[in-house]
Write a protein that binds this ligand. Structure first.
Ligand code: ATP
Length: 765
């Protein structure tokens, strides 16, 4: 508190001339950075030119080094050409450190000040100034001009607080556009000190870089938070990637932002280790679209695949929704039993042949339905995937035919008997009727084919006996009749793929460029040949397992989805972020069990995020009432700011459509950015029509689609409808109420039982 007060005094006393001077100091530094980058670009161009002239002269090691340098310069060039608005965004002024060690980026790494760094009269000199940016840049003499935000030396920029300042005296956020510095905002970490830089006292300009970031209007895409990452978030981002990093936090605490920045950090820290790829699993395509720009803005995209949970299986994309009851049956562990039965049962379809007739050694041999059934049962008693059991079934058929043929008794000499048997097998298996029989009787099953079989209610009833009740069987079968897939069908397809297995086929060899092999640059060179995005897409297609898996909104994964995601990270390290209070899954205990199974016995490091950066206190307070109903006893994160604007309560006037439209239009006038209208899932199509013509700043969303998203303002339509829609309805309502960064309007219908002031029953004290 004292620190805050002193800082405000200091801020108040800074004249404009000091501010202008500080801006021009940073401008000079940014100019130097750009000059240096231009030099590097020229060097790179010269190198490329020179390399082309010299051909392949030199040792493979030297060639590799040269190519790597060209590559790095190319990357810088590329990033510069993209003109990041805030390429350089931070600065820290530090006291002398405890040890004299420099990190690889040329900066001293000590966190704590050296003894004597502060004089007894509380004066001190700034010993080191570091500028922090999206990528690192070194001067000719290897002095750091810019430190990459992910480097260890940059950590104090995020970690230092007035309570625990370490060496940092002043932390500065620099705002720039293109090559121009627009402003600076300082935080004083050691307000008790009188610190000097170059003989002059350190000035402190403005305050609230974080607040400025939070108050900005929202667009339909997320921004990175690299300039204002907070200490508790930084701990998660830089946590060592051992085993499982488990992060919980309420709405708006930055879980998604932290997950994305962590992906960029892990790649920076150990690119080779993560060449196996990082998978980020997101709950909806809307959230993927909202977040996918963040990694490119941090200079990373090639090795990270952000996929919606409904897009994890190639060749299938979730576009349909299931009712809560259907979803419950499809997503639960019980479905696993049904799928195992279905995968085996799908072999016994109505058109499966019931008799096998072949001619061998001049004799007609026959197997009847009963024999065939016994053979099938025997073959299926193995645990291998069904498609991989076909050779076993084939062998059992041949055994049965052989014993029918009486061939076993013809020779007593084992060698001759074996020879006879092998020519018998050859005779039978080269006959068309046998091949045709086998194809029809033990066809290669596909996941989509088996799922289609499950759409038959009677058949599904058989496979799901004593596992699903008749109502569930009916609902699941009907839902599988539709054209397309739901997000739950995707997990079922993936499970079926694992149960069925893929028979081995000859693999196409990937061609390697001989020069790449020579230089050992297979990792780097393709980036120059294909765009980052193309590479990401190619890798995602080729890859089934990843080196690191990040699960966003982890509380929503059903047991079947955990199994699907688990298969993609069997040897991976994990980052799991979520909030149990926002879970839309009806049985969180069952999901937790599935999560634990997917993560195995790997040790976990747990983190809790406690500050809500999205909602103003006025909105957070209202949402807390629903939290108390949804999860009694759980704590709301504390809101970091307040706007003075209380939520508005409206009741339906002429019609729901008109009221919602008017309220949305009203909010569009009051905020500069986006407005989200959240309705119960069953209303999402009509809600889009209500808003027709209001422009693209406003969107209608079903309650489940609102997951993870945010808007300047939101209209939440009929809390009761949202809450009643599923067993997890109150938690879904809690999600809906926590999407706004500035203003919230709640519209009540009759079912909400609003009081005289329009406050619905669910939101009253
Ligand atoms: N340190 C920060 N600096 C600036 N903005 C931040 C910071 N941390 C979070 N934010 C902003 O707060 C908002 C909420 O962040 P985010 O969506 O990551 O939260 P979340 O915990 O995933 O929320 P939810 O659980 O509701 O999906 C975003 O706009 C994000 O940019």
């Amino acid at each position: 508190m004292a620190a805050q007060a002193q800082q405000e005094t200091a801020v108040g006393s800074v004249p404009d001339s000091v501010r202008d001077r500080e801006i021009s100091v940073e401008q000079e530094h940014l100019d130097r950075v750009y000059r240096r980058l231009e030099e590097k670009i020229h060097e790179a161009e010269f190198l490329m030119h020179d390399a082309a002239k010299r051909g392949q002269v030199g040792t493979p090691g030297a060639l590799a080094e040269r190519d790597a340098q060209v590559f790095r310069a190319g990357v810088h060039l590329n990033r510069l050409n993209n003109e990041y608005e805030d390429f350089l965004f931070g600065r820290i002024d530090l006291l002398l450190g405890k040890d004299g060690k420099k990190g690889p980026d040329g900066a001293y790494t000590a966190v704590e000040p050296a003894e004597g760094a502060v004089r007894p009269d509380r004066t001190a000199d700034i010993a080191e100034t570091l500028h922090i940016g999206r990528i690192g840049v070194l001067d000719h003499d290897y002095a750091p001009l810019v430190i990459d935000w992910r480097a260890p030396a940059a950590a104090p920029f995020y970690r230092s607080t007035p309570v625990d300042p370490g060496r940092v005296v002043r932390r500065r956020v620099i705002r720039s556009k293109g090559r121009r510095v627009l402003g600076v905002e300082d935080d004083l970490m050691r307000p008790e000190l009188k610190a000097f830089l170059g003989g002059e006292e350190l000035p402190v300009i403005g305050d609230g870089a974080l607040m400025a970031a939070l108050g900005q209007a929202r667009t339909h895409t997320m921004r990175d938070i690299v300039a204002s990452i907070q200490a508790e978030q930084d701990l998660v981002i830089r946590a060592p990637a051992a085993s499982v990093t488990y992060v919980e936090g309420g709405p708006g605490t930055g879980k998604t932002a932290v997950a994305l920045h962590r992906a960029a950090y892990l790649l920076y820290q150990d690119r080779r280790r993560y060449s196996g790829g990082i998978l980020i699993v997101s709950p909806t395509p809307l959230l993927v679209a909202y977040t996918e720009g963040v990694l490119p803005s941090l200079g990373e995209e090639g090795q990270v695949a952000i996929r919606a949970i409904g897009s994890l299986v190639d060749g299938a994309e979730a576009g349909l929704y299931d009712s809560p009851a259907t979803a419950r049956a499809k997503g639960s562990y019980r479905m696993l039993k049904v799928l195992r039965k279905a995968a085996r049962g799908a072999l016994e379809l109505n058109d499966s042949p019931t008799r096998l007739r072949v001619v061998a050694f001049g004799r007609r041999l026959e197997l009847e339905a009963q024999d065939l059934e016994a053979i099938r049962r025997n073959a299926l008693s193995g645990t291998a995937p069904v498609n991989l059991l076909r050779p076993r079934a084939r062998k059992l058929l041949l055994d049965a035919l052989w014993s029918r043929s009486g061939g076993a008794n013809r020779h007593s000499d084992p060698e001759l008997a074996a020879e006879l048997r092998s020519s018998f097998d050859e005779d039978v298996t080269s006959e068309d009727p046998f091949i045709e029989f086998l194809d029809a009787w033990w066809p290669e099953l596909t996941p989509k084919g088996v799922l289609a079989q499950m759409a038959d209610e009677r058949r599904l009833g058989r496979w799901a006996r004593r596992v699903l009740n008749p109502g569930e069987v009916r609902r699941v079968a009907r839902s599988l009749h539709r054209d397309g897939h739901s997000v739950h069908d995707i997990a079922m397809l993936d499970e079926l793929q694992a149960i069925l297995g893929v028979p081995a086929r000859p693999r196409k060899k990937r061609e390697l460029d001989p020069l790449d092999q020579l230089t050992g640059l297979e990792e780097l060179m393709p980036v120059r040949e294909e765009s980052q995005r193309e590479r990401a897409e190619r890798l995602a297609q080729e890859r089934v397992e990843y080196a690191h898996v990040i699960v966003d909104e982890a509380q929503d994964l059903t047991p079947m989805q955990w199994r699907m995601v688990g298969r993609r990270g069997r040897h991976a390290t994990w980052t799991v972020v979520g909030d149990p209070a926002q879970s839309s899954w009806s049985d969180p205990d069952e999901a937790a069990e599935a999560r634990d199974e997917a993560l195995g016995t790997r040790p976990r490091r747990r983190f809790q995020l406690t500050v809500n950066y999205r909602n103003p206190a006025e909105i957070a307070e209202l949402a807390a009432k629903v939290l108390a109903l949804a999860m009694p006893g759980s704590e709301s994160p504390s809101a970091v700011r307040s706007t003075g604007v209380r939520p508005r309560f409206a009741v339906v006037r002429d019609s729901l459509a008109e009221t919602v439209r008017e309220e949305a239009a009203r909010l569009l006038e009051r905020v500069d950015g986006t407005v989200g209208v959240v309705v119960a899932m069953q209303r999402r199509e009509e809600a889009a029509r209500w808003l027709a013509g209001l422009g693209d700043r406003v969107v209608a969303l079903g309650s489940l689609e609102a997951k993870g998203l945010e808007y300047d303002a939101t209209v939440v339509v009929s809390p009761a409808e949202i809450a009643d829609e599923s067993p997890a309805g109150l938690r879904v309502l809690y999600v809906a109420l926590t999407r706004a960064t500035q203003q919230l309007t709640v519209v009540s219908g009759e079912r909400d039982e609003p009081d005289a002031t329009g406050v619905p029953d669910l939101l009253r004290d």
